[in-house]
Design a protein around this ligand. Structure first.
Ligand code: 5RP
Length: 268
């Protein structure tokens, strides 16, 4: 692997082999999104816990201070919206030249396997990998399901992750599911756990992240369960402890409660 590619991956994946990505890209198909109306303000108290931001070029330029940013994973797919015909009908929205101009650590795009647009999104992944390899830029594939959330089982997600890796993704982001080791075992590149819709309580979030890490994930790409939570700093610190400090779900819950009640400092 060339130095540039290695260096970019090392910006994203820390020496312990783990990573905590913070996605704020939701507006690319959802519009403003609750708590993400002003993304720069949303991330101010929690960015210290993130190893990278997953973001579009629009929000990056408009809301992220280039002097204080974490490494960037640039969202380069889109072209659909939650009020449009089919969320799966995505194309590439941003060029690799733009990714180079923005000095990003990686680019990310969604593939919609099993949808009407499977072929189109997979060919786009191959094309993006071809172009990014020229410049040493890793591609993160997002195994997206659109509105069909029931698709999230180990059989389907392992198929998606393996295909994304076969096409050249350097990292794959997918949903947590029961028997998550089936997903990680069948995927030859690192797997990162996506967040999904917000849970009502904290412990189930800590539990699925802990379980996923025990079963071979290298980290998370978690958004709404952090920044839509009434205590985002407590959530971020607790999750950071699972990912980088070997905390269990119960340890994380205690950290959450201590930060929430002001007993523990917000600094790691
Ligand atoms: C959308 C994405 C988001 O980055 C992803 O959904 C993660 O955010 P959340 O934890 O809020 O689900 O890729 O397709």
């Amino acid at each position: 692997m060339d130095w540039g590619m290695q260096n970019r991956l090392a910006q994203l994946i820390k020496p312990d082999g783990h990573c905590m990505f913070m996605p704020i890209d939701h507006g690319y198909f959802l519009g403003p999104t609750s708590q993400l109306e002003r993304p720069g303000e949303t991330i101010k108290p929690i960015i210290r816990y993130a190893d990278a931001l997953f973001v579009t070029r629009g929000v990056l330029r408009a809301a992220i201070d280039p002097a204080k940013s974490k490494p960037v994973i640039l969202r380069v797919s889109g072209g659909t919206s939650v009020v449009g015909g089919d969320l799966a009908n995505e194309g590439l929205t941003t060029s690799v030249k733009e990714a180079v101009r923005l000095n990003v650590a990686a680019v990310g795009m969604s593939v919609f396997i099993g949808s009407k647009y499977e072929r189109q999104t997979l060919l786009n992944l191959g094309k993006l990998v071809d172009e990014c390899e020229e410049y040493g830029i890793p591609v993160m594939a997002v195994t997206a399901v659109g509105k069909e959330l029931e698709k999230r089982d180990a059989r389907y997600l392992s198929l998606c992750c393996r295909i994304a890796a076969e096409l050249g993704a350097k990292v794959v982001k997918t949903y947590w599911c029961e028997d998550f080791d089936k997903v990680t075992n069948g995927c030859p590149v690192p797997v990162v756990i996506a967040g999904g819709p917000k849970f009502d309580t904290e412990l189930p979030v800590f539990e699925f992240v802990y379980d996923g890490m025990q079963k071979g994930a290298i980290g998370v790409n978690l958004g709404r369960n952090i920044w839509q939570h009434p205590h985002p700093v407590a959530m971020a610190k607790a999750l950071h402890a699972i990912i980088h400090k070997k905390a269990t779900a119960q340890d994380a819950n205690e950290i959450f409660n201590d930060v929430k009640s002001g007993k523990e400092s917000v600094v790691t």
